[in-house]
Every structure is written in C-alpha cells, then in structure tokens.
Design a binder for this molecule. Structure first.
Ligand SMILES: CC(C)(COP(=O)(O)OP(=O)(O)OC[C@H]1O[C@@H](n2cnc3c(N)ncnc32)[C@H](O)[C@@H]1OP(=O)(O)O)[C@@H](O)C(=O)NCCC(=O)NCCS
Length: 181
C-alpha cells in the first residue's frame, strides 16, 4: 500500500472522476498493493489505457480505481461484452459502502456502450452479487478466455482459476442498481 497518504486524509467523500495521466503512478501502486486479488499491470499499460480508468480521490490521493476492457463478439459486435477490471478500493475505505457506490458508477458508465453483458472475474463474488451480478459459466465468455486469460501471469488454466465469472445484463440493470448513489 502506498505510504504517502496522510493519516488525516478525508476518506468520507471521495470524488469519482475520469483518471488523468498524473494518476498513473498512484493507480499502479494501488493495483500492485492488491496483487493477491488483481492482475498487476505495468505502468506503460496503465498510461496507454489511462482513458479507460476511473478513479476516486480523497485528500489529494487516489483511493479507488477501476478500468474496463471490451471483448468483441466477432461478426455480432452489438453483443460484445465489457469486463470491469482492476477494481480496487483502498483498504482503509473498505466496508463503508464506497465500493458499491464506485461499482454502480462504473456500471452506469460502461452501460452507455450498450454491451450485451458486463462481466467481472473476481475473488469476491458476494460483493458483486449484491450489485446484481450473477455467476456465469466460463464457457460463456470464451472470447475473454482466448484473448485475455491466455495471457494471464497467474494461472495456466482459466477453468481451474479460482476467480468466479459473473455477469450483469445491461437490460436487467433495473432500478435497484441504477437508482442508488
Ligand atoms: C471488493 C472491494 C472493491 C469491496 O469494496 P468495499 O468498499 O469494501 O465494499 P462495500 O463496503 O461497498 O460493500 C458492499 C457490500 O458488499 C459486501 N462485501 C464487500 N466486500 C466483500 C467481500 N470480500 N466478501 C463478501 N461481501 C463483501 C459488504 O458487506 C456490503 O454488504 P451490505 O450491502 O450488505 O452491507 C474491496 O474489498 C477491494 O478493493 N478488494 C480488493 C480488490 C478486489 O478484490 N477487487 C475486486 C476484483 S474484481
């Protein structure tokens, strides 16, 4: 965890916004500090994809970040999927409802692309289930498996990977996900 965040930082009202290039180093550190739960990303990858990142800042520091990847459905691009990736809330801020608020923001954001499904691969399925995601068989996300999981630095077999695949249909958001803050 980055050590340069002041004890006095106000974690109560983080501002959620698009990431800027100047956030890249903090994003790198936040993801790296949670490398047991996330795929660690090289700084160059973060910088090249900075426009895909959303962050939350508090006390001038980054306290949450997330990104997304589009997985094309060949020949049927309207039915492509969007995967939420690099979703992390700084540990001091956890358990206060901010993660849910942050992910609801992300869901609203990527839903503007109108994907067939928003997916996530996660060690914390219970958290995403509370936001309306449901477990899906990994065989339903084969383009993610072939193009993404094959490059994984942690697991050799996506089907024995301990991460749970979950999906949320854009058409099934309903007011329960979108109406909250
Ligand atoms: C997962 C994570 C984003 C949750 O953030 P958070 O701010 O603690 O979540 P919230 O406080 O908003 O929790 C919302 C709900 O989910 C539940 N929840 C949160 N984390 C949970 C977990 N690990 N297991 C089970 N339930 C969990 C909370 O109890 C809460 O339930 P409630 O609405 O009934 O009170 C955060 O723990 C984190 O960054 N973890 C490390 C990185 C990670 O695992 N990211 C997900 C990768 S896909």
């Amino acid at each position: 965890m980055p050590s340069d965040i002041p004890e006095t930082a106000d974690y109560r009202q983080p501002e959620i916004r698009q990431a800027r290039l100047g956030d890249a180093f903090d994003i790198f550190n936040l993801i790296k500090a949670n490398g047991d739960r996330l795929i660690v990303r090289p700084i160059g990858d973060i910088v090249r994809n900075i426009d895909r990142f959303t962050v939350a800042s508090s006390g001038g520091k980054i306290v949450a970040c997330a990104s997304y990847t589009v997985w094309p459905e060949p020949g049927d691009f309207e039915n492509s999927m969007v995967e939420l990736t690099s979703v992390v809330v700084r540990d001091e801020l956890r358990g206060k409802g901010f993660g849910a608020q942050f992910v609801r923001h992300l869901v609203r954001q990527v839903s503007r692309l109108n994907p067939a499904l928003i997916i996530v691969l996660t060690y914390t399925p219970a958290f995403f289930a509370k936001l309306g995601f449901a477990e899906i068989p990994k065989t339903e996300i084969m383009h993610k498996i072939y193009a993404g999981c094959v490059n994984c630095t942690k697991q050799v077999n996506p089907f024995t990977c301990p991460e749970t695949a979950m999906g949320l249909a854009v058409s099934a958001f309903g007011s329960s996900v979108l109406s909250k803050g």
